[in-house]
Structure formats: structure tokens, C-alpha cells
Design a protein around this ligand. Structure first.
Ligand code: ADP
Length: 522
């Protein structure tokens, strides 16, 4: 007869911090005889099992081993997890910290559907109110200062951009009521090879600090612009979508945004550790985005501007950025079938490519009508939604993920040189016509399924090629009529380039006539 195991008080042998396996798992091992019953606390409160959180474990003799499982946890699941093991001989417990998504909101705010309750202390509320009042006062002062500064300088800047602001000089500027800060580099002859200058061969090329967004001929700042404010507690983060120049982009659910729906999916961009300058840029950017509304410009819903981080809320475009989408629908795309890489089917056809291109052109016709110069048009800055809906989706630069698309000059200066015309590279001149040049490069990207322009050349070689007048070759699957549009965008003289309205008309007409071209391609 087998000996009966001795009675044993419970012990939590191990409790590990969450680890991502198929789901996130807080792994535990518990001992005790009789086998202990297990209880969990989250931040000191009993944890209810739900669709998001449940326990799975097995028991062998004295040992119980398992996981507290989390299905797509959000920041609301961050916090301390305590495992309590009890049997008639006693109680044991152990606590670890579970950190799933970066906390974007103050901890004392409660989600509309919190999976787990977070307790409030009254003194924390009082403290929170004092901070809120302080911040509100600070925001008022900031707005006044901002207003004065904008009227003084009238500059456009990127949300989250750091450092001094670049100038654009040229006839557009003199016609503009805006007053631009000049870094002392206006013409090639007045150049010094300072930090703002790249020397290539015998040519000294001035470069701007940062590509920014700039409206020609109009004062872009409208002090009466009403930027929609969204409550932090109405946003529940779901998962990370990507990383931008200033911080992370998350998929989130937003409550009370649509009059017809209780909640809807949105994309939120969070600006981490904002400096004073970044906060100003944030406010300006929000006003700009509020004023830009078109079916082919990504919809901007509003901001959470109180506290940290600063958050912008956009419509969610389920297929992400256009560059990734093109690569995923090109001849080199691979998918995993039963864990094995396979050639993906579903290459984009000509009519789809033309449909994508004409939607971007339509967004650009609108931007030009608003006298808005984007300065960083590229497929990485367009987004794809359901039914091949494409929108210009980024008014900031995606430098972190696509850093090789930019050319670093000096400290932090990054330039999308592969999308820039000679006059932007050489004289820092950005206009609606330089946006048209970039659109030609976008067309090339579309017809190469997302290749990097001049991928075979280094950055300095690219600058040399563009300034000497070389243009990209016709992609293999590109009809002559479409390449003619590219060539029309890449005329050296800005005034000789096609106008964006004409481009839209041509592409739209070609899109309607594609069966003929498909025949030609055979
Ligand atoms: P930044 O403005 O800092 O450059 P991006 O806008 O490029 O950031 O965002 C980074 C990534 O996040 C994109 O490449 C894209 O994959 C994803 N993303 C951004 N906005 C959305 C959105 N509205 N819908 C879906 N995905 C998005």
C-alpha cells in the first residue's frame, strides 16, 4: 500500500511576470497537501475571471502548475497580481507586477467597461482636481503665447517635432502673409557648409531642419478652430498598431464618439514625454487636422490634451499603411500556411493600382485647394481601409519605422530625399509643385509594389542623380500612359509639371479604361 503523503501547508513556489506565449501568461507553481485552493487579486481586489482573464492549471500530487491567462490585455490590466493559496493548514501568497501595455492615462481614471476595478482614494481625487486646475490655467497661458507666436512666425510644424523650425524661401513666401524664420540660407550662392548644408561633389546643398507642413499664401492658424476634446476614460486601448516619429500608435475603442454607435474602433497616436514645444506643436497640429476634411484625408476625431501623454484620435484604417499593403500584395509577398512560407496570391491588378493612385490624387487636389503643402507625400504616409479605400493618413513623418527612407544630415535632420525634387533638395523650396513630384514617386511605388525609390543607390548617390536630372525608370508592370504621368510629375521646372487636377483626371479616366490596358499587358 502506498504511503499517504504528509500534510503540508501551502507554498507559492513561483510566480512569474507575464510572458507572451499564445496568450499572455502569468505562470505559477504552488505546493501543498491537501491541494490548496487558489484565489487571485488584482491591485488588492478579488479578480473576476472573464473572457479576457482566466486561470488554467493542472495538478499532480502536491504540485499545482498553471497560468493566469490574458487574452489581448490592455493597459487596464496593468498592476499587481497576487496569488493566494489556502488549505486547512494555512495560507500563502505572492505578488508580481503585470505590465502589458504602456499606461497612457492617469491611473485614477476608470474605463467605461473596466474589466477590473481600480480603487479611488479621496485624497487622490483632490490632488487630481488641483492638477487639473493647474493644467487648465497653464493651457490658457500656453494658448495665448501660442497665438502670439503663430501670428509672429506663422510656421507649420510637425506634431511632436523637436528643434528649430525650417524656413522656405521663394516667391510663394513673399506672397504669403506668413512670416518665416530664415536660417540664413536662401540661395545656393549664399551657402556656408554649416550644419544645414550637405556637400556633394562640388555642390553645396542646403538642407532644412525638418520637413514640416506649411500652407502657401494663407495663414494656417485659425484661432477660432474648435478642436474636439475626447475624454481619456472614453478610450480603451486594444493593441499596438505601429510606431511613428513621436510615439506609438494604438488600436483603441472609443466610447461616445459616434451618435449612432455606443463605441467604435479608432487609431490613437500618443505623444510621450511632451516638451513645451511639443505641446505647442500638438495644439497647432490638432487645429490643422480639424480644418482638413476630405474623403481621401484620414478623419481626425479630436484630442485628449490634458495630462500625459497627449493623444490624437483618428479613424482606424484596417489595412494599415499603403507601403506595407503594396508589399503584401506584390509578387514577392509570402504568407505562412501551416507554419510554412508560401507565395501569397492576390497581386494587385492594374485597375486597383489606378484606383489607389487616383484616390491619393483626389486627396492632393483638396490639399492644393486649401493651399496646403504636405512635403512628405509617400506611400508610407497613406493608409488603406476596407474595400481598397485609400487616404492620405499622416501629417507627421514616420521616421522610426521607415528610417532608411530618410537621409540624416547633421544631428537630427532627416529628409525624404528619394521623394524630393531638385529644388527642394537644393534650395529648400517646397510647393504644391514639389508635392506633385512626390506624387510621381508615389505612382512609381504603387507600380513596383512598394519598392524603395532608387533602392540600389546610397543617399548621396540619390541626391547626385536627382540634382543631375535623372529620373526613375519605368516599372515593369507600368503602362506607358501611366509612366507619362510620372514623367509629367518629374519635369525639372516646377511650372512645367502636370497640375494635380490634370493628374487626377488622367488617372481617373485610365482607371475607367483599364480593360483595354489589361489587354495590352496581355
Ligand atoms: P507618425 O505620424 O509618427 O509618423 P504614423 O502615422 O506613420 O506615425 O503611424 C505609424 C504606423 O501606425 C503606420 O505605419 C501604420 O501602420 C499605423 N497607423 C497609423 N495611423 C493609423 C490608422 N489611422 N489606422 C491604422 N493604422 C494606423
Amino acid at each position: 500500500m502506498a504511503a499517504c503523503p504528509p500534510a503540508d501547508p501551502p507554498r507559492v513556489v513561483s510566480l512569474e511576470e507575464p510572458e507572451l506565449r499564445l496568450e499572455h501568461c502569468i505562470e505559477f507553481v504552488v505546493r501543498g497537501n491537501p491541494p490548496p485552493t487558489l484565489h487571485w487579486l488584482h491591485n488588492g481586489q478579488p479578480l473576476r475571471e472573464s473572457k479576457i482573464i482566466h486561470v488554467e492549471y493542472y495538478q499532480e500530487g502536491e504540485i499545482s502548475e498553471g497560468c493566469l491567462l490574458f487574452n489581448k490585455p490592455t493597459h487596464y490590466n496593468n498592476g499587481n497580481y497576487t496569488l493566494i493559496a489556502k488549505n486547512p493548514l494555512g495560507t500563502a501568497n505572492q505578488t508580481i507586477n503585470g505590465h502589458f501595455l504602456k499606461e497612457p492615462f492617469p491611473v485614477d481614471e476608470v474605463s467605461p467597461t473596466p474589466p477590473i476595478t481600480v480603487t479611488h482614494k479621496p485624497e487622490e481625487d483632490t490632488f487630481g482636481v488641483s492638477i487639473a486646475v493647474g493644467l487648465a490655467a497653464f493651457a490658457c497661458v500656453l494658448l495665448v503665447v501660442l497665438f502670439i507666436m503663430i501670428n509672429k512666425y506663422g510656421r507649420r510644424s510637425k506634431f511632436g517635432m523637436k528643434g528649430p523650425v525650417a524656413v522656405i524661401s521663394g516667391e510663394e513666401d513673399s506672397a504669403s502673409p506668413l512670416h518665416h524664420i530664415n536660417h540664413g540660407i536662401t540661395t545656393p550662392s549664399s551657402l556656408d557648409a554649416g550644419p544645414d548644408t550637405v556637400v556633394i561633389g562640388m555642390t553645396r546643398i542646403p538642407v532644412i531642419e525638418n520637413p514640416q507642413y506649411f500652407r502657401q499664401g494663407h495663414n494656417c492658424h485659425k484661432p477660432d478652430t474648435y478642436v474636439q476634446h475626447i475624454k481619456r476614460r472614453d478610450i480603451v486601448l486594444k493593441r499596438e498598431l505601429g510606431e511613428g516619429a513621436f510615439g506609438k500608435v494604438f488600436l483603441a475603442e472609443c466610447y461616445n464618439l459616434s451618435p449612432t454607435k455606443d463605441k467604435m474602433l479608432v487609431a490613437v497616436k500618443a505623444l510621450k514625454d511632451p516638451t513645451l514645444a511639443a505641446r505647442k506643436d500638438f495644439q497647432r497640429e490638432a487645429e490643422l487636422l480639424t480644418n482638413l476634411q476630405h474623403e481621401h484625408i484620414v478623419k481626425f476625431y479630436g484630442v485628449c490634451g490634458d495630462g500625459d501623454p497627449l493623444i490624437m484620435v483618428f479613424e482606424y484604417m484596417k489595412h494599415g499603411d499603403l507601403n506595407k499593403f503594396l508589399r503584401a500584395h506584390g509578387p514577392d509577398a509570402m504568407i505562412l500556411v501551416d507554419g510554412q512560407p508560401r507565395q501569397a496570391k492576390g497581386e494587385l491588378g492594374l485597375s486597383q493600382m489606378l484606383h489607389i493612385a487616383s484616390q491619393i490624387a483626389s486627396g492632393m487636389v483638396y490639399l492644393a485647394s486649401q493651399h496646403f503643402v504636405h512635403r512628405d507625400l509617400a506611400t508610407r504616409n497613406c493608409l488603406v481601409g476596407a474595400n481598397l479605400l485609400v487616404k492620405i493618413g499622416d501629417f507627421g513623418m514616420s521616421r522610426d519605422v521607415y528610417s532608411t527612407d530618410y537621409y540624416r544630415v547633421g544631428g537630427h535632420t532627416m529628409l525624404p530625399i528619394r521623394w524630393m525634387p531638385p529644388e527642394s533638395i537644393m534650395y529648400r523650396k517646397f510647393t504644391t509643385e514639389s508635392d506633385v513630384w512626390s506624387f510621381g514617386v508615389i505612382l512609381w511605388e504603387i507600380f513596383t509594389y512598394g519598392k524603395q525609390p532608387w533602392f540600389q543607390l546610397s543617399n548621396t548617390e540619390v541626391i547626385e542623380c536627382i540634382t543631375q536630372g535623372r529620373v526613375l525608370e519605368r516599372p515593369r508592370v507600368c503602362p506607358k500612359e501611366v509612366y507619362d504621368v510620372m514623367l509629367g510629375c518629374w519635369q525639372r521646372e516646377p511650372q512645367q509639371r502636370l497640375n494635380i487636377k490634370e493628374i487626377y483626371k488622367i488617372l481617373h479616366a485610365l482607371g475607367k479604361a483599364t480593360p483595354i490596358y489589361l489587354d495590352v499587358l496581355g
